[in-house]
Structures are given as structure tokens and as C-alpha cells.
Design a binder for this molecule. Sequence first.
Ligand code: URA
Length: 239
Amino acid sequence: MKLPDELKQEALEIVATLHDYVQLQRERGLKTVPVSAPPAAEKAAPGAIPSPLKKDALRDVREEIGDCTRCRLHAGRKNIVFGTGNPDARLVFVGEGPGEEEDLQAEPFVGKAGQLLTRMIQAIQLDRSEVYIANVVKCRPPDNRDPQEDEMATCLPFLKKQLAVIRPRIVCTLGRFSTQALLGTKEGITKLRGRFQRLENGIMVMPTYHPSFLLRSPEKKREAWEDLQKVQKEYQAGP
Ligand code: URA
């Protein structure tokens, strides 16, 4: 992969800063500079994409999707809704598929459910810009119907590629479709929610209720809040 100019510039600045630091230590009469290795848990996972390259790597995934016609959902879409947010996020939210507003704006979770999701994110002391948000299917199912098995199977590899680039610590799946797709299970959301499960690549998945469901069933918000508190605790616990 090519080194972008920006990255080279950043590397040069780091070298210059290190040089100044060593010089300062010399002037103070120190002959050695203390360095400490990061704790094992903080070392980048093998194969991890360096943070400055993640944006480009996500762009590559988007380019691979292209002007997709791989499943029937392409016929009714206005826009492909790829995903949005911090390419280096430690927490990713995954919904099922774009609704009308998302299809128009080419951005996930910008309608009513999206406003609730924003409040859920803020409730755990984070901002939308700090996390990444995506869906299992990237094109709007007609009349907001449920995404079908084959549509999810066609689109899932791209979500997995997004996650492979971002390598978040935690994925919070919203509702039954994203939960079942990522965990490869047919178990219902009521059973799955509230318990972390680990994917093969080490990512921890917390299933919770979909914000659209919470808008229809506000009495379930309390359980969703419990799930989010577990996410917050795990988020704060590690890198
Ligand atoms: N519901 C979803 O699952 N995803 C969106 O982007 C919007 C609503």
C-alpha cells in the first residue's frame, strides 16, 4: 500500500519531536532516555491496519461495493448507505438497513431511530463522531420491510471488511437482524441481548434492542440502558 503524503509528514513530525526531546535530555545531562513498552493488551493486533491508513482502507471497501447490483435491493435504492463515523472507533453500532431518510441522505441512523441512537450514544458519555455506525444491508429494503436472508448474506462480507479495518473493541448490534447476522445464530434478541459474546477475531459483541423497537416499546428502554452500561464499562476498561 502506498504511503500517503500526510502520513509521511506525520512521521517526519514525530521524528523531529523525538529529536528535540533527546536533545533536551542531553542538555539536562541525561545519558539515557526512559522508554516503556506498551502493555501486551495495548499492542496492535497482528495484521491490524495502522490508524492513519484506516480511512483509505474503508474507502477501498466502499470502492469494492461500487454501484452494487449484487442483490434485489439495488432496484429501489436512492443511495448506498455505507457507514459513517470514526474509522478508528473502539465502538461500532450496527443496525439492520437504511430507512427512507437514510436512503435519501446516504447516512445511517439519521431519522427518528437515529435521533434515539444519538441519545443512547450520548448516554454513555460518547459522541457520534467517536464511534462508527453501519448496517448489515447497505440499501434500503422497500417499504422498510425486513432484510431477507439472501440480501443479508450478500452484504454481510462488506460489514465484516469494515470491521476488519476498524478493529473496534466492541460492536453493539441493534436488534435481531444485525445480531443474528454477526453472531451466526437464529436465537431471538430477547435471549441474546445483554450478554457479551466474542467473535473469532476477538471483537466483543453486545446485542441490544433496535432503537426503532424502543420507540414503539419505551418500557424496554430500561433493559437497553442496562446493556449500554455494560458497553460503557467495557469501553472504559480497555484500549
Ligand atoms: N434503522 C436501521 O437499522 N438502520 C438505519 O440506518 C436506520 C434505521
